[in-house]
Structures are given as structure tokens and as C-alpha cells.
Design a protein around this ligand. Sequence first.
Ligand SMILES: *Cc1c(COP(=O)(O)O)cnc(C)c1O
Length: 452
Amino acid sequence: MSNPIQFISTRGKTGPVSFTEAMKQGLAPDGGLYMPDNIPVLPDEFWKQLQSRSIQDLSIDIVRPYLEAEINGGGFGSDLPNRIIQSAITFDAPLVQLKKNLYLLELFHGPTLAFKDFGARFMARAFSKLDNTAGTEQDLLVLVATSGDTGSAVAHGFYGVEGTRVCLLYPSGKVSELQEKQMTTLGGNVHALEVDGTFDQCQSLVKKAFSDRELRQKLRLSSANSINIARLLPQSFYYVYGLGQLQERLGPDVKPIYTVPSGNFGNLVAGLIAMKMGMPVTGFIAATNRNDVVPKFLSTGRFTPKKSVQTISNAMDVGNPSNFERIEFLFDKSHHEIQKTISGASFSDEQTREAIGKVYRDTGYTVDPHTAVGILAAESYLSEKSVDEMAPVVVLSTAHPSKFRHVVEEETGRPVDIPERLKACMNKKKIALQVESGYDPFRQYLQGNLDS
Ligand SMILES: *Cc1c(COP(=O)(O)O)cnc(C)c1O
């Protein structure tokens, strides 16, 4: 028997902790990001029998080793992974073929129509199941500053989860109408604060609350930030599930290339973790918009963070991706090893718009701007290879086109179909409390809110 997996910081200056502890802390005390101290390789039979297994079924096997300490030491029972997965992963991730050698893995069938639903829902369910103080203690208060997609995924993930409350802070007038609707129409344990300020000011309010000792003695605060290991780990599930679907079409020996539209690089790191679990893959393509620090690093070996620039694929507008640290950690900081596994490509808004139009005209399929960046990278790879050296490419389709329908409709010239779950929230009334960007009113709100 090997030792149960523990979680260590990428900076190596804090002791190992359990999954539950890593999830509760979010960021490690030394400022690093949590990673498993080892990633066990799943047996050959697992990889040979992916076909026709459901995503839930596969996810339970994948996540089990990481919860071993909770199951055995913590007394949560061997059905813990089962219970978390069955309540978190309640939607599919189908693979669709766009053309020869090019596939899309649709990750937008969750409640907020983007792949972040996988991580946010898993984390919310894991929290409620692993936090055995729920009911006996004060509710856990999850604080999130958001510029759009993260907030809606976290709000929906924690919505109705017993023992938790969510407080979202978003910059007034700076999120899309749809994103705002998704965040402000839930009610229940989800509270939205519309801050008269910028995203950075929202983030700084959250940071101040976390470093406010007096407040933290009164309230149980937590963050559901995208760097949380509990949001990252479940993103490995769909890589494996995607491979299973590809095996069904192309046979058991297929080794795809995954193309990942990237911003903060959590999604790509989850793919690397799946590879370390033994997933057969030819490699990864990191596809970015003009915020191209990682593609630049891949070609030059130098990582130079920049201020982010605004684009039409705005969930990828990140100038200093946090998860780069995890990529370096996984490859022992060897640029050469990283380069052997990941290649990079970046594209302008103009190219992205053109791609949305072209995909629609050629295939009748509508893609969102983030997915379009991935398709551009995939096409560029395929155009450089001869048929016999070509591996099939799977592009992660990170959002439903209706989330970015204005841009999409301009390029396709026809209205985007809006899924029922989005229509439903469009007709609901927005409930958000308008607040100033100063810390004192926010602090008072937090205290009053939980006392009542
Ligand atoms: C968050 C997001 C991304 C970027 O994912 P990372 O894990 O930050 O690289 C890409 N597309 C969409 C639609 C997103 O919401």
C-alpha cells in the first residue's frame, strides 16, 4: 500500500495537507498553489475500457485516490466519491466531429453554459460533504470577486448547498447582461453585490476581508477562487471521458492532441494531470488570444507577465496566469520538457471573428469566441502535418455560443439558439445590492448579513 496522497505547495515551503485542508485554504500559506504530492498512474485495464462508460462512472474512479485520506482516516465512507460526483456532475460532455481529424468536446452543458460548472459544482458538493461542522456551526461564507464567468459558475455551484452562503462582488456595468442575470436571479443562499467600481476594486474588497483578523474571528470565510485544487482536479474528468468517446470512433489506440483555449491555464493543467494519470495523448496546444505570455514562453523560454488586454474572448484576458506555476511544477521547471508536451498559438480578435463565420459557413455549427480560438490553433496544427503523422485533434469547447451571442451573431448572420436554462433566468428579476467600493460599508454588510 502506498501512502495516501497529500497536497503540497508549488513553492515547497509549507507542510503537506489533506484534500479537505487544501480546499479550505485555497492558496497555500507560502503563496504557492496546492498540487497532489504524487499522481498515481491508473492501470492499463482502466485506459483500455473507457468506451461506453459514463462521465460519472469514470470520474468516481479518477477522483478516488485523492480522497483516500478522507475515506479511510476521515471516516467518510467508501461511497464518498460516488456521492460527490453524482450530485455535482449532472450533465454530459459530448464529443462532436467538426471535420476529418477535428473534434469538439462540448463542455457547456452545465447550468451556466461554460466548463467552469464542472469545477465549481464539484467544489461546492465536496465542501458540503466534507465539512462536518455544517449545521453545528455558522454557515461558511464564500466570497468571490468576479468579472463574469467565475461568479455565475460559483453561484450556481453553491446554490442551495446546505451550510454555505455565497457573496458575489461584481463591477457595476462591466459584466454582460446575461452574466449579470445568471448571478443575480438565484436568490436563496446567493447574495450579489453590485459594486460601484472596477473588478480590481471588487477583488481588493475580498482580499481585505480575508486579511481582517477581527472579521475572520466572527465569520467563517472561504474563497472559491479558480486556483483552488478542488476546482482543478474535477477538470481532468472530461479529458478522460473525451478520450473514451474518441476511442469509440477511432479505436482503442488513439492518442489525440488536446487544444485548450486558455487564460489562467487551470484547464490545461487539468489535462496535464490526466496525462500523468496515464492518459494516452500526443500532446497539448495552448491556444490564447492576444494575451499570449504562455505561447511566448513556449517559443522563447522566457515568462514575462504583462498587463492584460481586452478581447472578445474575455474569459481568457489574463496577463499573468496563476497556473503557470503549476505547469512548471509538473515538469520540474524544465522548459525543454514543457515544450515537448505543449505547443502554443495565439490569435487576434479579427482572426477569431473570421473563424466563427467560417466554421458556421463550412459546417453549420456555431462556436463561441473562446472555442473559435481553439479551432484556429487546431487548424494551424493540422495544416502543418502530413496525413500519416497527424493525430486527431480535440478542441475543448469552453462556452455555449449564446453566452457571447452579440459577437457570434455578427459573424454568422443568424440568431443563436438560446438554451432553456438561460431563457429562464433572462425573465427573472435581478436582485443585487448596490454598494460603494469602500471597505467599511462592505464589512458592515457582511456582519449584518450573517447576524440576521
Ligand atoms: C475561464 C474560461 C477560459 C479559460 O480557462 P482557464 O482555465 O482560465 O485557462 C476559457 N473559456 C471560457 C469560456 C472560460 O470561461
